[in-house]
Write a protein that binds this ligand. Structure first.
Ligand SMILES: Nc1ncnc2c1ncn2[C@@H]1O[C@H](COP(=O)(O)OP(=O)(O)OP(=O)(O)O)[C@@H](O)[C@H]1O
Ligand SMILES: [Mg+2]
Length: 319
């Protein structure tokens, strides 16, 4: 993690559907074995960012910026070559098990087909490899699982099986879009523990999109907060959740319901549907500390100390 070369560097990335820009000027790095959680309200561009990095979503274009994977600039490659490398290196796990797998086709068929399409199927070693991957995710009884179809499995089991496929494919970076949001609280915790274990035993780096700040606190080495397609705060959980600098992060934290009975402070309004603005701070209209000039001025992320990046000129620690 810190101190080692990043395996993924995203620099000033802007992306959108057609002419509409939905993600703007996003920069971050991911170290080997690092877990980055992306949080933010619905429509803030978390999934679009993940898909732009993965590069396999038709209609979603990178408009500017760079994506450097293991020292190689992905956007400089011919599209087919980029796609091949991304499918090899990135494992994508989505919220709904049905989106990761065909619900009515056995896992055995789907594992075999996927491994074949990646040129990684070996009939002689398949069972042993599956045993090893399943073992890392506390999945027992290979034959029973492989003979089952996804629709027969619980959401938590499905997610674990999807993670095990990423292990089998030898992918270095897991991109997971709300991998636990369809699960109940206890299963969420189990899946989160498995993700941590996956990192600990296999060194797989992860970018995980979640709406759950508590989950992000538990899982993440670093948390990135997105608002209107921009990364407005980035740092360790202690920095971002313990010492939030951006008023949007503060508002998100204040909006969490508490078990102690205190009513959360709701965040009024909603993020701009049109995505990032060309000029000015997008949070202005909802911001309690907005000053004259914020509507015209763009605050680029600056380091508030120890790599804690924040893009606000008005919050404590901003400039
Ligand atoms: N296929 C698409 N075509 C056009 N616009 C899209 C498409 N997918 C998403 N968008 C728009 O891009 C913006 C960002 O959406 P995105 O799905 O990335 O947000 P999100 O942060 O993942 O939200 P959620 O938490 O609800 O999943 C939204 O305004 C959305 O309407
Ligand atoms: Mg999303």
């Amino acid at each position: 993690m810190s101190g080692s070369e990043p395996i993924l560097s995203v620099r000033d990335l802007s992306a959108g559907y057609g002419a509409g820009r939905m993600v703007a000027d996003v920069s971050f790095t991911l170290g080997p074995g690092e877990i980055l959680c992306l949080v933010g309200e619905s429509g803030c561009g978390k999934s679009t960012l993940l898909k732009a990095v993965m590069g396999t979503t038709p209609g979603l274009q990178v408009l500017s910026g760079e994506i450097i994977l293991e020292g190689r600039s992905l956007l400089a490659l011919p599209p087919r070559e980029r796609q091949r490398i991304c499918c090899d290196k990135f494992g994508l796990v989505s919220q709904s098990p049905g989106a990761s797998f065909n619900p009515i086709r056995s896992y055995r068929k789907q594992f075999t087909e996927t491994l074949k399409s990646h040129g990684k199927y070996d009939r002689n070693t398949f069972d042993a490899q599956v045993d090893e991957a399943f073992g890392k995710l506390s999945l027992n009884d290979r034959e029973r699982i492989l003979a089952s179809c996804p629709y027969e499995m619980s959401g938590g089991m499905n997610q674990r099986i999807a993670f095990s496929l990423a292990l089998l494919l030898g992918q270095d970076i897991l991109l997971a879009d709300e991998p636990t949001s369809a699960l109940d609280a206890t299963v969420q915790l189990q899946v989160a523990q498995e993700l941590r274990r996956l990192r600990d035993v296999s060194g797989i780096a992860q970018i995980i999109v979640t709406h759950n700040l508590a989950l992000a606190q538990f899982l993440a080495d670093r948390i990135g907060v997105m608002y209107a397609g921009r990364l407005v705060e980035l740092g360790t959980p202690e920095q971002v959740l313990g010492d939030p600098r951006h008023p949007y992060t503060r508002a998100l934290i204040a909006a969490i319901p508490s078990l102690q009975g205190g009513m959360p402070v709701g965040l009024q309004g909603q993020p701009p549907l049109e995505g990032p603005a060309d000029a000015g701070c997008e949070f202005c209209e909802r911001c309690p500390v907005c000053r004259d000039g914020c509507a015209e001025r763009r605050y680029a992320p600056i380091d508030a100390g120890g790599g804690h990046m924040t893009a606000c000129g008005c919050a404590d620690g901003g400039v």
